[in-house]
Design a protein around this ligand. Structure first.
Ligand code: CA2
Length: 145
């Protein structure tokens, strides 16, 4: 079965508890459940990881090919705008990845308009709340089949 690594960056463990106006009411657990349900429909196997630590995310990306992962769905959160290390890891492993964001980063502060990942992504989905993740997973699945 096609394996997808779902990565969530810093502070996304707080989803559903604070700032619902920006990020919605869904918890990370709810997003994970929604993705798992969609994965059954699409015939995918998902592995989920949230970390507040850049190196942990880099390690997970590096380990992905050996674990049989075919693609990555990533909300790198603030690291989207800052992390050369995450970009380098994604480029190094060469797996197709889709970048997602809950909020529309282009409708927010200028520093969020830049992504260090986007030009190497298959696609970017931003601004649809937790639906960004399901749209992104559908897009990634189509890329892989
Ligand atoms: O819109 C997104 O998904 C972001 O990736 C979220 C990041 C932000 O830095 C990006 O620019 C856009 C922030 C995630 C913080 O998550 C929180 C969740 C609940 C309460 C506080 C923060």
């Amino acid at each position: 079965m096609t394996r997808i690594l779902v990565l969530h960056g810093p502070n996304l463990n707080l989803l559903g508890t604070r700032e619902p106006g920006l990020y919605g009411h869904d918890t990370l657990h709810a997003i994970t459940s929604r993705l798992d349900t969609l994965a059954v429909e699409l015939g995918l196997e998902l592995e989920h990881l949230q970390s507040n630590h850049e190196g942990v995310l880099v390690d997970a990306i590096q380990a992905a090919p050996a674990q049989g992962v075919a693609g990555i769905l990533i909300n790198a959160a603030a690291y989207t705008h800052t992390s050369v290390a995450l970009r380098d890891a994604l480029v190094a492993v060469g797996l197709p990845f889709v970048e997602v964001h809950l909020s529309n980063v282009h409708a927010r502060e200028p520093f969020r308009h830049t992504s260090l990942l986007a030009d190497r992504a298959v696609g970017v989905v931003t601004g649809f709340g937790s639906t960004s993740y399901t749209l992104g997973l559908r897009g990634l699945a189509e890329t892989l089949t």
